[in-house]
Ligand binder design. Structure first.
Ligand SMILES: CSC[C@H]1O[C@@H](n2cnc3c(O)ncnc32)[C@H](O)[C@@H]1O
Ligand code: ZN
Length: 470
């Protein structure tokens, strides 16, 4: 790991200033340039360039974007700001990106535990969804999810759930960033009755969100076992036309693969390949059942794999071979899945679990080191969502989506390697501050956009409705 002063911006010559600053004029060379926010931090982990950790640097933020990253002394000379923070025992890093979840399912947290996937879905979750989901449910559950994610350092999430316009409403209230799923499942639900209705509602939402700087869309066919060939082909065509991702549960369990072999005489991945879905639009979630001969095909096709270690462990779904996938050059991302199968939306514990599990599965203690898992939880996720130019790393010109983590707590002392502390020792409660597009959404652990008491009240009401306590 290289340290200190390796990013542009460490010297204040005009040439450097022009490289460092996003503004076109040479205004940066005048001391005291006015910006919105100046964050001094003990450490900054930009993620890109890889291997860089800056010490005693500052991030200048203006108009929602990263204006400069530079040594603290230079920042003090160069900028004045409306908001200045001294984060003396903190590390600043990009906001975490949760690449798979069902936000509204926070309201089903703990409703049905200790069951395998299909029993959990068919006997508990789907019947509860048929009875309870609606606009209010999805809005309230999504708001609870946004509050939980923000307090845990997640600034962006990729979602798949019914009534996605209500998830959008919650995300807008929270001020977060999200990619909402245009869902598809081959049975009628309170959201839509048939594939045509699912598709037309999804495309209408996509049209409505055009130009939204924080919320994007992806097609979200539920899984190979719940969506027909015909519908998958339509989705492939639309995804290419609109240039948006396809977010899907794939090869989650051995049962899914065996059933597909019985029904179609082929594994789901082969079926998806024949339908033309193995391409860089596809975000294949779970992937616990992967044959060695499928890996080169996934790599060649540019498929992104979303690893959800805790949900896979809890549902006993299996183990995703992350080390092998990574060695093949596949873009690996990280997701929590919904709170009904995890049972939290904690990307810190997800990183911890991913790093440990990868070593056990590969039988190799060097598999998935801390820096690699942080990249999965940030830049790789941004890449899968087509947002690599905007978020995922702290780079000049990118959106100021970042978090501060206090490493001063006794749980993360002493500090030999801050990056190791983040993955192997820190907890989400050490996230103190969160910004999305330069706007502060968590300030010293206080949510700035959401009222936690109101969110809690609604969650308690839903719990009464779903399963009244005696
Ligand atoms: C079409 S909306 C999403 C749909 O997916 C269900 N779901 C939640 N978690 C999982 C999982 O791990 N595998 C498969 N399906 C899952 C959720 O309850 C909704 O019905
Ligand atoms: Zn899921």
């Amino acid at each position: 790991m290289r340290r200190a002063g390796t990013l542009p911006g460490s010297a204040c010559s005009l040439a450097e200033a022009q490289k460092t600053c996003s503004r076109e004029s040479n205004a940066c060379i005048f001391p005291g340039m006015k910006i919105d926010t100046l964050l001094y931090a003990r450490w900054i982990l930009p993620i890109e360039p890889q291997g860089v950790l800056l010490e005693n640097h500052a991030i200048a933020i203006d108009n929602g974007r990263i204006e400069a990253i530079l040594p603290a002394e230079e920042a003090a000379q160069r900028y004045s700001a409306d908001t200045i923070r001294h984060l003396d025992q903190h590390i600043l890093l990009p906001g975490l990106i949760n690449l798979h979840g069902h936000a509204a399912m926070t309201l089903m947290r703990g409703l049905a535990d200790d069951l395998p996937l299909m029993e959990w879905l068919q006997q508990h979750i789907w019947p509860a969804e048929q009875q309870w989901i609606g606009k209010e449910f999805v809005h309230d559950g999504s708001l609870l999810a946004c509050a939980e994610m923000l307090r845990g350092g997640t600034t962006c999430f990729n979602d798949m759930y019914f009534f996605p316009e209500e998830t959008v409403r919650a995300v807008e209230q929270a001020g977060m960033r999200a990619c909402v799923g245009l869902i598809m499942i081959d049975f009628p639900t309170p959201w839509a009755q048939n594939p045509d209705e699912y598709l037309s509602k999804g495309i209408a939402l996509h049209d409505q969100l055009r130009g939204n700087s924080l919320i994007t869309t992806a097609f979200a066919p539920h899984a190979p076992y719940t969506v027909s060939d015909e519908t998958l082909q339509r989705i492939r065509t639309y995804a290419e036309e609109l240039d948006i991702p396809i977010h899907m549960h794939v090869h989650e369990t051995a049962h899914e693969v065996a059933e597909s072999q019985d029904r179609d005489g082929k594994r789901p991945l082969q079926r998806l390949d024949e339908l033309g879905l193995l391409n860089p639009h596809l975000l294949a979630v779970h992937m616990t059942q992967v044959n060695p001969d499928e890996i080169p095909r996934l790599a060649e096709a540019g498929v992104h794999v979303v690893h959800c270690p805790e949900s896979n462990l809890k549902l006993a779904s299996g183990f995703c071979p992350v080390h092998q996938l990574q060695q093949a050059g596949i873009n690996l991302c990280l997701g929590t899945d919904g709170a009904a199968s995890n049972n939290d939306l904690d990307m810190f514990s997800e990183m911890h679990s991913a790093a440990l599990l990868a070593k056990a599965v590969a039988g190799d203690a060097s598999a998935l080191p801390a820096e690699a898992v942080l990249r999965m939880a940030t830049l790789n996720g941004a890449r899968a969502l087509g947002l690599e130019q905007e978020i995922g790393s702290l780079e000049v010109g990118k959106s100021a989506d970042l978090i501060a983590v206090d490493l001063g707590a006794l749980e993360t002392q002493p500090i030999y390697h801050p990056v190791s502390q983040l993955v192997y020792a820190a907890g989400r409660e050490q996230v103190t501050d969160v910004w999305v597009a330069g706007r502060q959404l968590l300030n010293q652990r206080e949510l700035t956009t959401l009222d936690p008491n109101a969110v809690l009240e609604r969650a308690a009401e839903w719990q009464q409705r779903l399963a009244p306590l005696d």
